[in-house]
Design a protein around this ligand. Structure first.
Ligand SMILES: CC(C)(COP(=O)(O)OP(=O)(O)OC[C@H]1O[C@@H](n2cnc3c(N)ncnc32)[C@H](O)[C@@H]1OP(=O)(O)O)[C@@H](O)C(=O)NCCC(=O)NCCS
Length: 167
């Protein structure tokens, strides 16, 4: 592992810091046209979804881990508990210029550890069917494809895949 990558849990009292990271990443994704579950996001949608209340709620409802390199937040991963047995990797994202150097793997390692500590036996993750890079990442992390379906995201229909990992 690259020793400059620090991963730790971020909680609701740091909503401002986390909100800024999410907003920066969203803007970046929009500019580069990269594939995301939220690829249709407009500026208004981004503003709404990164408001302090929404961000705080995300941090309350999920266990969120952030990755920091030399004092800069460069990515996050969120674990949501679904029931006693299962959890969802509710989002994982690394700033484009920091991808491909192990940040995602290190974030996921922390999520996995938290899921095991919480006594979960299964993790699922959803992503867009066309998000080849994410699917390849999830498969490398041990996930197996279990379902293809269509979900409504902000008024449009998105083809998604669901992958699952036994812990
Ligand atoms: C998916 C994502 C989180 C991976 O993060 P990352 O820090 O680049 O991942 P890592 O460097 O730890 O790579 C781990 C493994 O993932 C796979 N992987 C990573 N990038 C890949 C690419 N461009 N093509 C194919 N496989 C890739 C490889 O198997 C890699 O292992 P290797 O380095 O031994 O080949 C990152 O690409 C990302 O943020 N993408 C945009 C957001 C997104 O799509 N999130 C998921 C859906 S919301």
């Amino acid at each position: 592992m690259d020793s400059s990558i620090k991963v730790y849990r971020i909680e609701a009292d740091e909503a401002d810091r986390f909100g800024l990271l999410v907003k920066t990443m969203w803007m970046e994704a929009k500019e580069t046209g990269s594939l995301l579950g939220w690829s249709g996001a407009t500026d208004e949608v981004i503003e709404e979804l990164t408001s302090k209340d929404v961000i705080r709620e995300i941090l309350v409802q999920n266990m969120v881990y952030v990755a920091e390199i030399e004092g800069t937040l460069v990515g996050f991963a969120a674990l949501r508990l679904l029931d006693d047995e299962g959890g969802e990797l509710a989002g994982i994202m690394v700033m484009e210029r920091y991808t491909g150097r192990g940040v995602g793997s290190e974030l996921f390692r922390n999520v996995l550890e938290a899921a095991r500590k919480a006594g979960l036996s299964r993790l699922i993750v959803k992503t867009e069917r066309d998000n080849i890079r994410a699917i390849s990442f999830y498969k490398k992390m041990g996930f197996k494809l279990v379902k293809e379906t269509v979900e409504k995201v902000a008024d449009s229909e998105v083809a998604i895949v669901i992958l699952s990992l036994d812990l």
